[in-house]
Design a binder for this molecule. Structure first.
Ligand code: URA
Length: 197
């Protein structure tokens, strides 16, 4: 296992045992990030839901199914990317996490995950991640766009849960994930040109 994966393993372990905020008293399982750093792509959602709380894995419920389908359409292998959440424990009744919960969880865990992975791109899924990571409020303004915050690059799209009952939004979400794939494939090809194997 590489040093990077080793550090991610230790964050995972800290998340699993975390008691830094009140969500630790209501959760069943904390939900650490999962996947790999192979493609240096991070997807960031809001917080675990019921299925994630029960299993301890991110995006395994109905939002996860939509995400999986979109990744398949875009030919992105889920096992080659890293998927995590702003907040690692389920808020009761799936309420939006509070600013305090977000503050603690991002400074203790999410920022460290990003520092370790040094992603080529971070895909923001939904308004909570957009606000928490970039301080930006309006999904409709930024959706489908790249926001550069050197050294990090963000791509913004809907949260898959927001598309469950809206086929139009679902189609846009699928197209956005395809756009994400194009962006990272183009970046990889440029790197290959300069650093052929
Ligand atoms: N919604 C999220 O934001 N994250 C999950 O892991 C599942 C649903």
């Amino acid at each position: 296992m590489s040093a990077h994966n080793g550090s991610l393993e230790s964050i995972k372990n800290e998340v699993i045992h975390c008691v830094l905020c009140g969500l630790s008293t209501t959760r069943t399982n904390a939900v650490p990030g999962s996947g790999s750093i192979t493609r240096k792509i991070i997807l960031i959602g809001e917080a675990p839901g019921k299925n994630e709380d029960e299993t301890g894995s991110p995006f395994v419920g109905s939002a996860g199914k939509i995400l999986d389908q979109a990744l398949i359409c875009a030919r992105i292998e889920r096992k080659e990317i890293y998927i995590t959440n702003v907040v690692k424990c389920r808020p009761p009744n799936n309420r939006v996490p509070t600013e305090e919960e977000i503050g603690i969880c991002t400074s203790e865990y999410l920022k460290k995950e990003i520092d370790i992975i040094l992603p080529k791109i971070i895909c923001i899924l939904g308004a909570t991640a957009l606000k928490s990571l970039l301080g930006l409020k309006y999904m409709t303004t930024y959706r489908g766009k790249i926001v550069n915050r050197p050294p990090l690059k963000y791509f913004i799209t809907y949260h898959p849960a927001a598309t469950i009952y809206n086929n139009k939004l679902k189609q846009i979400f699928f197209e956005d994930i395809q756009k994400l794939a194009k962006i990272v494939n183009a970046q990889d090809q440029t790197m290959d040109k300069f650093f052929p194997t």
